[in-house]
Design a protein around this ligand. Structure first.
Ligand code: NAI
Ligand code: OAA
Length: 336
């Protein structure tokens, strides 16, 4: 599991002269959770990160003490409770948010809005105050709506920079790569499938026509593959049978995204990841597409590329769903 991440991070340190920073502070909110703990462990492996700040409302002293014994450079600090949130985020270059409830069987991601909207609002408010220049990467569901909450909160505080706010949809790319590799007998590390749109059901749009290496499937197999990628979160929720949703694969995916963001900050070239961001690529105000990352977050939105008719149809159908999800997030900030 570590190989891809380690390879990425090791490559990035080897490629750099001493004039580059290598001293980034990353804060994780929800660090004691099912995603937060393995994510913290993975980020503790990165030589680019010199400070890891672990925030949660429970258990962070224990998680921090445990991780702090690992023989890598990142210094670990644990912060527990809202009174310590400001200090936890202070001066962070990147804040990753994995705080909030996960799904149980029978729930949609939208069912989490009620409980998680306040969590994201609180963290965005303190980000505006404590680390206004930080990149903010949100894992918490429902991504399609809560990214809009963070944007509105940052706007209210006069600190919003659309280049610095990300909904983490990397897990959809990771799953698409894995499933395509399985079907075609390829090494998953060599496969790249862009996944655009949002992060729920039919808004998850894998672009199999843009996969590298190029792959083709008969129509029924293509439909089944796309459906599996779209329903993969539910597949895990069902298998965990009430014990939560995907945590380990999410931690892997979020660590991949976090390390890519830090590599971008560090001036590395050609770092591309898909993420759910403010966008003018479609009529949906937020939309995931491949992004070129850099010193200020998003360097360039690489857009949709060339879509098959089938993919165009999926985009058309996803837009009204995303617009509704986004409005839910925006209305929450207006009305509360
Ligand atoms: N974007 C993605 O690809 C994915 C997103 N998720 C989402 O990630 C979130 C976290 O999932 P898990 O780690 O499995 O849940 P979990 O319940 O295991 O952990 C959540 C953590 O957040 C903490 N927390 C709750 N309220 C908080 C607050 N106000 N401030 C700081 N910490 C707070 C809890 O104490 C807990 O430690 C969920 O909303 C889930 O739906 C899950 C899988 C994939
Ligand atoms: O399905 C869920 O609730 C968690 C999630 O976002 C995923 O696994 O993609």
């Amino acid at each position: 599991m570590f190989s891809r991440l380690l390879r990425r991070t090791l490559i990035s340190t080897r490629n750099f002269s001493t004039s580059k920073h290598h001293n980034y502070k990353v804060a994780i909110a929800g660090a004691a959770g099912g995603i937060g703990q393995p994510l913290s462990l993975l980020l503790k492996q990165s030589p680019l990160i010199t400070e890891l700040s672990l925030y949660d409302i429970v258990h962070t002293p224990g998680v921090a003490a445990d991780l702090s014994h690992i023989e890598t450079t990142a210094k670990i600090a644990g912060f527990m409770g809202p009174e310590n949130l400001k200090q936890a985020l202070k001066g962070a270059d990147l804040i990753v948010v994995a705080a909030g409830l996960p799904r149980k069987p029978g729930m949609d991601r939208d069912d989490l809005f009620k409980s998680n909207a306040c969590v994201v609002r609180e963290i965005a408010e303190v980000t505006a105050e404590s680390a206004p220049k930080a990149l903010l990467a949100i894992i918490t569901n429902p991504i399609n709506s809560v990214v809009a909450i963070a944007a509105e909160v940052l706007k209210k505080a006069g600190k919003y920079d659309p280049k610095r706010l990300f909904g983490v949809s990397t897990l959809d790319v990771v799953r698409a790569n894995t499933f395509v590799a399985e079907l075609k007998g390829l090494c998953p590390l060599e496969v790249n499938v862009p996944v655009i749109g949002g992060h729920a059901g039919a808004t998850i749009i894998p672009l199999i026509s843009q996969a590298t290496p190029a792959v083709t499937f008969p129509p029924d197999q293509l439909q089944a593959l796309i459906r599996r990628i779209q329903d993969a979160g539910t597949e895990v929720v069902k298998a965990k049978a009430g014990a939560g949703s995907a945590t380990l694969s999410t931690a892997y995916a979020a660590a991949r995204m976090a390390i890519s963001l830090v590599r971008g900050l560090n001036g590395e070239q050609n770092i591309v990841e898909c993420a759910y961001v403010e966008s003018s690529v479609t009529e949906a105000k937020y939309f995931s597409t491949p992004l070129l990352l850099g010193k200020n977050g998003i360097e360039k939105n690489l857009g949709l590329g060339r879509l098959s008719d089938f993919e165009q149809d999926m985009v058309k159908k996803a837009i009204p769903v995303l617009q509704k999800n986004i409005k839910t997030g925006e209305d929450f900030v207006i009305n509360n």
